[in-house]
Design a binder for this molecule. Structure first.
Ligand code: FAD
Length: 455
């Protein structure tokens, strides 16, 4: 192992691609988890091509410099937080995208935003479904690396369901092509899927081939106000027992009021919880599904039920739900949870979170992709108050313990990152943890890629 000689990297890449200016590096230290332990990177590169990434990884491997891959830095689990002395590889300038209507696929470099991929597909009459609430600010590479979910996943699945192929740069600098535009592929081990959700610890995705669907039928939206979170939880079970809605989202009263403070949308401030559901079934089937959702909401005690097929009104309610995290963030710093449970356990999870909030004397707002059983308890705290911060940290762990005890997961879509790795073994067990370690060692024997994430 030789001492890092940055001039070798500077010489090997186009002028200006390697950045060492501390002011610029400062902007790449944190992601949206705002981990106070974020490190200071040695340098940053903003490549344009797979070859540039290969040069950087080979240089890092030779110099023994860790690599942290960064998409748009919206990670909520600390996955793209900088490490001291690391080379940050930002994909933000890798922005080539083509859409092929004949195969209904898109081939995208990782730096395109999710919203841009969606728009390019829509321009050709097609649809890229995965829709994290952050879709306007997160990259498609980050989505693949975290197996991002979102609002329509309850019916249409997560990012993994749309990744047909990719090019990935391995820790030794080789660039490998996996999968392709074919819809079915049983050739060997499913390596494409292995890299989806691998959070930058197995390789750097430099191109991705995505499956597209025909454009979505304009949805009908049903909004229900409930007196309690338990009533709303029961409504979720009543709906999902009968149909697969195109969206089924949950906000508790803290989130409702925070969104109302921010957006003034006439949401019911007195409600204990709000559900936003959608049906995109075409014609009479959509009418029947919408009626079924309204009936289920009413039967479970909704105090107000409102249905609309107006696209602007529908988008307004969806936007309100998407705005929940930034809105609650205005109440204080957030520790963001992402726990999920099998659907019947959802009411118990939400009740359990309320008990944890009371025990630890902290505010925890719960929003959820409820139809998936995937909740986001948002733990509000003041970082200037060490006692409250400690109580928030305790609640963070207790919520993951609760999800595990309910046969659930510590993360439904944000990934393990740096913040949740202490609970991964508790969820998956020693054997699965060892298996993951074996895969990591086989692909990245020196632990070059994203150290501190997942392992
Ligand atoms: C307000 C808000 C709402 C959100 N809502 C949702 C939601 O509904 N659903 C959801 O799933 N997430 C949500 N997120 C979390 C976040 O947006 C997603 O995790 C997203 O997929 C991260 O994309 P990014 O480009 O910002 O990735 P980054 O934060 O830059 O990176 C995330 C992880 O992926 C790795 N990575 C990034 N690019 C690559 C690559 N090309 N190759 C290999 N590894 C790579 C990084 O090393 C890191 O581990 C939300 C975030 C915010 C701030």
């Amino acid at each position: 192992m030789t001492a890092p000689d940055l001039t070798l990297l500077l010489d090997a890449l186009p002028a200006g691609m390697v950045v060492t200016d501390p002011d610029i590096l400062g902007a790449y230290r944190y992601d949206r988890a705002n981990d106070p332990d974020a490190g200071t990177p040695l340098a940053l590169i903003r490549p344009l091509t797979t070859e540039h990434v290969q040069v950087a990884v080979r240089w890092s491997a030779r110099a023994g410099i860790p690599v942290v891959t960064r998409g748009a830095g919206t990670s909520l689990s600390g996955g793209s937080t900088a490490v001291d002395g690391a080379l940050m590889i930002s994909t933000e300038r890798m922005r080539q995208l083509t859409v092929d209507v004949a195969t209904r696929t898109a081939v995208s470099q990782p730096g395109m935003l999710n919203a841009e991929v969606k728009q390019a597909a829509a321009d050709r009459g097609l649809w890229y479904p995965p829709d994290p609430s952050s879709f306007e600010i997160c990259s498609i590479g980050g989505n693949v690396a975290t197996n991002a979910g979102g609002l329509c996943c309850v019916k249409y699945g997560v990012t993994a369901d749309y990744v047909l192929g990719m090019q990935v740069v391995l820790a030794d600098g080789r660039a490998v092509r996996l999968g392709g535009r074919q819809l079915k592929d049983s050739a060997g081990l499913a390596l494409t899927k292995l890299f989806v959700g691998s959070e930058g610890v197995l390789g750097i995705v430099t191109e991705v081939t995505l499956r597209l669907l025909p454009a979505q039928t304009p949805p009908c939206t049903v909004v229900g106000s409930f007196p309690s979170v338990r009533a709303a939880g029961e409504a979720v079970l009543a709906v999902t027992a009968q149909i697969r809605p195109a969206m089924l989202e949950f906000m508790d009263s803290v989130a409702i009021n925070a969104v109302e403070d921010m957006l003034s949308m006439d949401l019911d401030r007195d409600a204990g919880a709000l559900l936003v559901a959608q049906s995109d079934a075409p014609g009479p089937a959509g009418v029947a599904e919408t009626a079924l959702i309204e009936e289920a909401f009413t039967a479970c005690g909704a105090t107000e039920v409102f249905a609309t097929s107006d696209p602007q009104e529908s988008e307004g309610f969806t936007a309100a739900r998407r705005a929940a995290i930034p809105a609650v963030e205005r109440l204080g710093a957030l520790l963001l949870e992402d726990v999920g449970v099998p659907l019947p356990a959802l009411p118990d999870l939400i009740d359990g979170v309320a008990a944890i909030a009371a025990d630890n004397r902290v505010t925890i707002s719960v929003i959820a992709h409820a139809g998936d059983g995937n909740t986001h308890p948002l733990i509000v705290h003041d970082p200037a108050d060490p006692d409250e911060t400690a109580r928030a940290g305790r609640a963070f762990g207790q919520i993951m313990d609760l999800a595990i005890s309910l046969d659930g997961t510590i993360t439904g879509e944000h990934g393990v990152g740096r913040l949740k790795k202490g609970w991964l073994r508790d969820q998956i067990g020693d054997d699965a943890m060892d298996l993951m370690g074996t895969v990591k060692s086989a692909l990245d024997p020196t632990g070059l890629l994203n150290p501190g994430v997942m392992f």
